[in-house]
Write a protein that binds this ligand. Sequence first.
Ligand SMILES: C[S@@+](CC[C@H](N)C(=O)[O-])C[C@H]1O[C@@H](n2cnc3c(N)ncnc32)[C@H](O)[C@@H]1O
Length: 231
Amino acid sequence: MKIPLSNRLLACCGFVRPGDRVADIGCDHGYLGIHLLKTGIANRIIAADVNEGPLQSAMRNGLKFGVRDKMTFFLSDGLRNVPRDFDTLVCAGMGADTMISILEAAPWLKDGRYRLILQCQSRRPELRRYLYEQGFRILRETLAQDGKFLYPVMEVGYEPAEPLTPGGYHISPALLASGSSLLGAFYERVKDALETTVNGLRHSGSEKLPEFEAILKEIQEMETLIYGERG
Ligand SMILES: C[S@@+](CC[C@H](N)C(=O)[O-])C[C@H]1O[C@@H](n2cnc3c(N)ncnc32)[C@H](O)[C@@H]1O
């Protein structure tokens, strides 16, 4: 029986170190943890969700795929009811506001022994900025594609570092260094979105225009790094 795992979640699994104890927060169907157990990457999974329905679905799927006994389930808002004896936190498929509120409520994650694998659905620059302000650093970042959607996936550690540049919160140095074959397509989408924002701000006469013009310029300057010298 094949686990219906998206490329997005597969990319999250790609950052899990073999043998790590993994806590999947917002596990929903539980497929990420089930895949990690079935492939032997992880031996135990903490599966947590704030809603009863998704948690029940993760339990059913754990049984269906024969790994229920290696999973522990917690009905929990973020990490509130979750034990701290794991190595890697995975948070996928949520927006930046939810992720930030989960991290805010668990300051004990600011410890070099934890690694965070984050796949954020919205307002990603704000999440990256928040992480750096809190002393986290993006260790690795890659991209996954499902259908027409491109998803950045980050591996993050508590390792205070220099803040990123404003453009770096849109396309991080770690993503630039990733060698992902999807980087060109992602770059075009980020650039198009910023151009739309800048045009909108220009028309409305917003005071935010200079800030976004500078970000767009920085992103445009990444073009050579991404495509090499052209023509
Ligand atoms: C869109 S689903 C993503 C599921 C899975 N992680 C994935 O990426 O496919 C979001 C899940 O997060 C759960 N969730 C939302 N806010 C949460 C919170 N504060 N703590 C724990 N789970 C949460 C929802 O109930 C839902 O099951």
